[in-house]
Design a protein around this ligand. Structure first.
Ligand SMILES: [Zn+2]
Length: 410
C-alpha cells in the first residue's frame, strides 16, 4: 500500500536568515585560524598520549558524579547494546570488542564514539586542549552537554540516558519509512525499492506514525524507549542501513560537544540545571555557538569520508555522514513537538538553543554551498519526511502520554 507522503524533487532552498550567514563567516574564520595554528612546528606526541592522563581523571570525576547520585546507567543499557554490537559487527563498523563473559554496555559505545572523534580531530590537524570523558546522564530536555571539571584540562560530555536507544529505534523507523517516499511527484516508484533496491515489506505511513508515537511516549514517560515495544528487525539490509545512520547520528551528537571545546566555547557561563539524579552543570551556549559547533562537528564527520572520486560507495558513505546529523535533528523536531505542543517547527525562536529544524537546514545549506548538493541526498529526504510525519506522530505520542497519566492517576 502506498501512502501520500510524496517526496518533492530535491530542490534546495538556501536559508536567508542573517544569523546563519553571520554564523558561517564566524565559523570559517575560526577554522582558518585553527588551520593557521596547524602550520606551527608539529609536536611528535599524539593527542591521545598528551591527554590520556587528563582523560583518565575526567573519567574518575564522572564516576564520582555517579556515585554521589546513586545513578548506574550501565545496568539499564546493557541488553540493547548487545544487539547494537551485533549489528555494528554485521555492518563492518569498528566497535569495542567484549572479552568472553564481559557485557558490552553503552559506556563501551560512548568510549568508541569518543575515540573516533579524537582520531578525526587529530587527522584534521585541530588541537584539543582537554582530556574528555563521555558518559550517560538523565539530562531531561537536553540531549547532550559539556562542562569543564575543576581542572583546567578536563571536560565531561554527558549524553542523555536513553538517547542511544532512541536514536537507534528512530533510525529503524525512518529507514522503514523510505518505503512510502516516492522518487518524485508523479512516480509510483519509491526510494526504498527504486533507489535502494529493497524488497517491499509493506510498511506504511500509518505504521511510522504508530511506531514513532509508541517510541517517543516510552522515551518521555520512562526515559528510555526500550520500556515500550521493540521494533522487530525487518530483513537483513534495512537494519544495517539504520545502524550506519545511528552511528553517524551519535558520532555527531558527541562531536558537537567536542566542537564546543575545540572552538573554545568554554568561556560561556556555567549554568546549573536539575535532573532526576541531582543538579548538573553545563556550559550555557548562545545560538551562534550552537550553529558553529554543529558545522564544526559535521565537518569532522565528513572529513574522513571515502569520496572525491565517482565511486558510488563514496557517494553512499558521504551521504550517511550528512544524514546521521539530519536524523538526530528529525528526532529532536519530534521531541520538541511533544514537549511544547503545536508550533511552527521551521521558525527559529530566540533562546539558548536554535530550533532543531533550523539546525538541520543549516547543515544542509553548509554542505550545499561547499559541495553542490551531492552530499545531501539522504539528509534532504529526511528533512522532507518531517512534514507529513510530525503532526500525526506528535499527536499520537501525546495521546499515549495522557492515557498513561490518566491510568496512573486512578
Ligand atoms: Zn551545543
Amino acid at each position: 500500500m502506498l501512502s501520500n507522503a510524496r517526496l518533492n524533487p530535491v530542490k534546495h532552498t538556501i536559508t536567508t536568515d542573517l544569523v546563519f550567514f553571520y554564523s558561517t563567516e564566524r565559523y570559517e574564520t575560526l577554522v582558518k585560524r585553527t588551520l593557521k595554528k596547524k602550520a606551527a612546528p608539529k609536536k611528535t606526541i599524539s593527542l591521545k598520549q598528551a591527554f590520556a592522563e587528563e582523560k583518565r581523571l575526567a573519567r574518575v570525576e564522572y564516576k564520582k558524579m555517579l556515585m554521589t547520585s546513586g545513578y548506574q546507567p550501565d545496568c539499564m543499557s546493557s541488553d540493547r547494546s548487545a544487539e547494537f554490537a551485533r549489528e555494528f559487527k554485521r555492518a563492518g563498523i569498528p566497535q569495542p570488542v567484549a572479552r568472553p563473559g564481559e557485557v558490552i554496555t553503552f559506556q563501551g559505545l560512548l568510549d568508541d564514539l569518543s575515540w573516533n572523534i579524537e582520531e578525526l580531530i587529530r587527522e584534521r590537524g585541530h588541537k584539543l586542549n582537554y582530556g574528555v570523558h563521555v558518559g550517560e546522564w538523565p539530562l531531561g530536555e537536553f540531549q547532550a552537554s559539556v562542562t569543564r571539571t575543576t581542572s583546567r584540562n578536563r571536560a565531561i560530555v554527558l549524553v542523555n540516558s536513553g538517547l542511544i536507544s532512541l536514536v537507534y529505534q528512530m533510525a529503524k523507523i525512518m529507514t522503514y519509512s523510505l518505503e512510502f517516499v516516492h522518487m518524485d511527484e508523479d512516480s509510483d516508484e519509491t526510494i526504498a525499492c527504486k533507489l535502494l533496491g529493497w524488497e517491499p515489506i509493506g510498511w506504511t505511513k500509518q505504521d511510522s506514525i504508530e511506531w514513532i508515537g509508541k517510541t517517543l511516549a516510552a522515551y518521555v514517560i520512562h526515559g528510555d524507549c526500550r520500556a515500550g515495544k521493540r521494533l522487530p528487525l525487518s530483513d537483513s539490509t534495512r537494519p544495517t542501513f539504520a545502524t550506519n545512520l545511528t552511528f553517524m547520528a551519535e558520532l555527531f551528537v558527541v562531536a558537537h560537544e567536542y566542537a564546543h571545546l575545540l572552538l573554545e566555547h568554554v568561556k560561556a557561563p556555567k549554568m546549573v540545571f536539575a535532573t532526576p539524579y541531582g543538579d548538573v552543570e553545563a556550559l550555557g551556549q548562545n545560538q551562534r555557538n550552537e550553529f558553529d559547533a554543529d558545522l564544526a562537528a559535521a565537518d569532522l564527520l565528513i572529513a574522513s569520508a571515502n569520496w572525491g572520486s565517482d565511486d558510488p560507495a563514496g557517494f553512499v558513505d558521504v551521504n550517511f555522514r550528512v544524514a546521521g546529523p539530519c536524523l538526530f535533528f528529525v528526532v529532536a523536531v519530534f521531541l520538541e513537538g511533544v514537549r511544547i505542543g503545536p508550533h511552527d517547527f521551521t521558525a527559529n525562536k530566540s533562546g539558548s538553543h536554535p530550533a532543531p529544524y533550523c539546525r538541520l537546514t543549516r547543515i544542509l545549506d553548509h554542505f550545499h554551498r561547499r559541495y553542490g548538493g551531492s552530499t545531501n541526498f539522504l539528509g534532504e529526504i529526511f528533512r522532507q519526511m518531517i512534514f507529513p510525519l510530525v503532526v500525526p506522530s506528535v499527536e499520537k505520542t501525546q495521546s499515549l502520554i495522557s492515557a498513561h497519566n490518566s491510568t496512573k492517576g486512578k
